[in-house]
Structures are given as structure tokens and as C-alpha cells.
Design a protein. Structure first.
Ligand code: ADP
Ligand code: ASP
Ligand code: MG
Length: 471
């Protein structure tokens, strides 16, 4: 049975400065007046990237970065404390706690400098510093507003596998730990303010859930606690028909299904971490995407069903963190069937494989792989090639990193959608390198030169959302 609990997650920009935090505090106060609430916070905007940057620099022999980072973190958070917190004792206690956390980060950076390398667990420990700071700051801001709040470290509650930097929760164990602590805290009338993004292995080694992972923290907690609803407060009016930074004409989608939203996130829509909906879709807990800068906008509801239930195109999106791998072969069909089985298995490095296209030559096959995983993909390909029959005539792979994968997401997309997309590109003078087929019947993806990505998005948006009644 669902509890009346709500989980509220605030992203980095929603906690960007004292003013934003004040708005977030008001959203929590409003939710709390209707029942118990758990808050999940990201680091203040930009902090995680600064931590990563500092770690990279110190391992390259630039120790000054550690000092600069400590100063930046303290100044940034101190300014927020001064502006936000009127009770002197609360402010002093909060700052002392933050100083200790920053000292811990400085020690880790010193180890990285001495070792000239990054231990993956220590790096995850460092990257979680931003959330350690913001959880304490946010709890203090709630206390100052007269609400009982307590910071809670998710690394003690979310047990993960050891995939540092992109870990997955072990749900049973995480649920046990969450249920042991959170309900008693709520019963005592406190609002837990949970650090997003972080977890730890069973042995207690720090992990993180991947960049943007606080969304995932919110749904892990929501599922464990059987929340009634989860609210992801961010800086846009919901899930839109396109990223408004690339397509200013994009409009809010009032309702979207778990599956549609997941496809969008996997194909590049940054508004959600791609795994966010995994813990809640089976339990049918609705997830709302709301704008903390425009709290009266109703946002997007993500659920099992949506209205209207008609088929159609939901949004367009784009990934630029992918590369195109081209392989020559003189036995295309044979290579195809074997490669699909061995290279394109979902757990393998080459996550996306597309066998056919309107404009690739018959003796060439194309793959799309994450640019970060390109070395792993190539190792996989070499193993495959070593075992493949010689008459397949496999050539050496050519890699092009300057591409983008632009996608149309909807349901039951057909050849008519593809024809319209190709025409729209042709009108805008965009030459697609390939059309991706076979990922799922709910999306259509095109590989285009990276420099044409934005124009392709705009062309698709015009074609499918601005010229027709489709939505
Ligand atoms: P937060 O810090 O709140 O987690 P993110 O920056 O991770 O926020 O995600 C919000 C951003 O996602 C928006 O500012 C927007 O530019 C981007 N975005 C990309 N695609 C979409 C989309 N389809 N709908 C809404 N926002 C999108
Ligand atoms: N602070 C982390 C990041 O920047 C997690 C998050 O924001 O969700 O990736
Ligand atoms: Mg995010």
C-alpha cells in the first residue's frame, strides 16, 4: 500500500544560490503541510564539475587546485548561509560542519596528488562532497524556517554494486536500510534531507550513481518507502518536446509514460537520469517534473498511462557523446547476424548497433558507441574479428567522434515518420550519415555531423510539432 509520503528532489540549479534555496524551502514547507516529506538534494550547481576538475588537475601535478577548490567551496556555501540563515547559532553550527567536509575533500585531493592517480572509490567519495555540503546547508535552511530537518547520508543507506562512477543499487538491501531509519525519523516529525547521487558498496566503499544521479536517488527512496508521489524540481517547466536550450519553441508535455520518458533520457534528454524510472515504474508511483523557478506551472506527470493515449511523436532529442564506427566487410549479412548477437548484446560496450540505413553502402556496417567507451568497444571488436571467418573480410574500424545521434521519440513510429524526417532534413540542407533502425519501435534515430545537430533538432521540431496538430 502507498504511504502518503512525498519525495521532493531539488537539482543543482534549483539550489544555485540563497534565493533559489529559499524557493526550494518554501516548496518543502508547502508539501510538509500536506503530509510527511523526504527531501533529496543535488550539489549546488557547478560544484560536482569543479570537484572533478580539481581531481583531474591534482593528479596531473597541479596541487594548487586543491587550495582553490577548498576556498571556492567554503566561499560559495558561506555566502548562502549568510544570506539564508538568520539564527546565528544555526549558521555557526552549519558552517563548522561544512568546514569539516571541505577539509575531508582537501585530504582526498592530497592523496590523489601524492599517488598521481585516482582510486575510483576515493574519487566517488570526493565527487559526493557537493551533496554532503548541500544536504547540511538545506537542512539548516529548513530549521531556520522553523521546520524540523535532519541531514541524512545516502552512502549509509543506498547499497550499490561496485561499478564506481555509475553504480546500481542493490534494492533489497537498500530498502532494508532505508526502512530501518527513515520512517522513525518521519514519525518524530523530522524531514530527512538526503544526499543525492551517492551510495556505497556492501564493504562501505564510496560509489556514485552517474552524473545527474540525484534523480535516481529520489526514486530509489520513493520506491523503498512506497511514496505516493515523487517531485523532481528542476529549472524547466517539465519534460518538453525538445531541450529548450536548443529549440526555444519547445513546449511542455503534460503527461508521459515511464517508457517514453526513459527512452528520451537514454537518447540524451538531460532532464532525467536514464535510470530514474526503473525503481518506480513497477510500483506505478507517479513522478512529477516541476520548475522550481516557476512553481505555479503544473509540470509533467510521468506514469504508467497517459492521456491522450493516441499514437504519435512525443519529443525530439540528441546525444553528442557518441561516435560512429564504420567497418568494411564483404559478407555483410553474415557479419550482421553474428555481430548482432555478439557485439550488440545490451551488456556489451557497443550498446547500439544499427544494421541498415537509407544511405550507407552495402559493404560497410555502422555502429554507434558511447565515445567514452570507444576503447572498450574496440577491444570487443578485435576479439570478434579474431574469431570471425576470414571470408567475412572485416576491415579495420574507422572511428568518427564528430557526430550526433538525433532522435524522434514516440510510439509505433513507421516508415511514414522516417520519410517525413528525411524530407525535413533535406529542406534544411542536412545530410544524414545514417538512419538507425532496430533500437526500438518507439524511436527513430539519425546520425548527423555534430555541427548539424541543432539544425536537425529544429527541423524535426518544426516538422512534427510546429506545422501539424501532432503531439
Ligand atoms: P537539475 O540540475 O535540476 O538536475 P539538469 O540540468 O540535470 O537539471 O536537467 C534539466 C535540463 O535538461 C534543462 O535545463 C534542459 O536544458 C535539459 N533538457 C534536455 N532535454 C530536455 C527535455 N526534453 N525537456 C526538458 N528539459 C530538457
Ligand atoms: N551533483 C551530481 C552531478 O552534478 C548529481 C546530480 O546533480 O544529480 O552530476
Ligand atoms: Mg539533473
Amino acid at each position: 500500500m502507498k504511504s502518503h509520503l512525498r519525495v521532493l528532489k531539488f537539482g543543482g540549479t534549483s539550489l544555485g544560490d540563497a534565493e533559489c534555496i529559499r524557493n526550494a524551502v518554501e516548496a518543502v514547507a508547502k508539501a510538509k503541510s500536506g503530509g510527511p516529506a523526504v527531501v533529496v538534494v543535488s550539489a549546488m550547481s557547478g560544484v560536482t564539475s569543479q570537484l572533478l576538475d580539481a581531481a583531474t588537475h591534482v593528479t596531473q601535478g597541479k596541487p594548487k587546485m586543491a587550495e582553490d577548490l577548498s576556498r571556492f567551496l567554503l566561499d560559495h556555501h558561506e555566502l548562502a548561509i549568510q544570506t539564508l540563515i538568520s539564527n546565528r547559532n544555526v549558521a555557526i553550527r552549519c558552517f563548522a560542519e561544512l568546514e569539516q567536509i571541505v577539509e575531508g575533500a582537501a585530504c582526498l585531493l592530497e592523496t590523489f596528488y601524492k599517488d598521481k592517480g585516482l582510486n575510483p572509490s576515493a574519487l566517488d567519495g570526493l565527487l559526493g562532497t557537493g551533496e554532503q555540503l548541500s544536504a547540511r546547508l538545506f537542512a539548516a535552511a529548513l530549521q531556520d524556517r522553523g521546520l524540523n530537518a535532519v541531514p541524512m547520508d545516502a552512502s549509509k543507506l543506498i547499497v550499490t554494486n561496485s561499478a564506481h562512477g555509475n553504480a546500481d543499487p542493490l534494492m533489497d538491501q537498500s530498502r532494508d536500510r532505508i526502512l530501518r531509519l527513515v520512517p522513525t525519523t518521519l514519525k518524530r516529525g523530522f524531514i530527512p534531507v538526503v544526499t543525492g547521487f551517492v551510495g556505497a558498496t556492501e564493504e562501505g566503499l564510496a560509489t556514485t550513481l552517474g552524473r545527474g544521479g540525484s534523480d535516481y536517488t529520489a526514486t530509489i527512496f520513493g520506491a523503498a518507502l512506497n511514496a505516493e508521489e515523487i517531485f523532481i524540481w528542476t529549472d524547466v517547466d517539465g519534460v518538453l518536446t525538445a531541450d529548450p536550450r536548443s529549440v526555444p519553441e519547445a513546449r511542455t508535455i503534460p503527461e508521459i509514460t515511464y517508457q517514453e520518458a526513459t527512452e528520451l533520457a537514454c537518447l540524451g534528454a538531460k532532464v532525467l537520469h536514464p535510470k530514474t524510472l526503473n525503481p518506480v515504474s513497477g510500483k506505478q508511483i507517479p513522478v512529477w517534473i516541476r520548475n522550481s523557478f516557476n512553481p505555479t506551472a503544473s509540470g509533467t506527470r510521468i506514469g504508467a498511462q497517459r492521456k491522450p493515449v493516441s499514437r504519435g511523436i512525443r519529443a525530439v532529442t540528441c546525444r553528442t557523446d557518441v561516435s560512429l564506427i564504420r567497418v568494411r566487410t564483404n559478407a555483410r549479412d553474415q557479419f550482421l547476424s553474428q555481430a548482432v548477437r555478439t557485439l550488440a548484446a545490451p551488456e556489451k560496450a557497443i550498446a547500439q548497433f544499427f544494421p541498415s540505413s537509407t544511405n550507407i553502402s552495402q559493404d560497410e556496417l555502422l555502429f554507434v558507441a558511447g565515445t567514452e567507451e570507444i576503447e572498450a568497444s574496440m577491444r570487443l571488436f578485435d576479439n570478434f574479428k579474431a574469431l570471425a571467418p576470414r571470408q567475412m573480410g572485416l576491415g579495420n574500424p574507422q572511428i568518427d567522434t564528430e557526430i550526433a545521434l538525433v532522435s524522434i521519440v514516440g510510439n509505433s513510429l513507421d516508415s511514414g515518420t522516417s520519410r517525413r524526417a528525411l524530407k525535413a532534413m533535406s529542406r534544411s540542407d542536412i545530410q544524414p550519415r545514417a538512419e538507425v533502425q532496430g533500437l526500438s519501435k518507439n524511436n527513430l534515430c539519425f546520425v548527423v555531423p555534430q555541427e548539424s545537430a541543432r539544425r536537425t533538432l529544429a527541423a524535426f521540431h518544426r516538422e512534427f510539432f510546429e506545422n501539424t496538430g501532432d503531439d
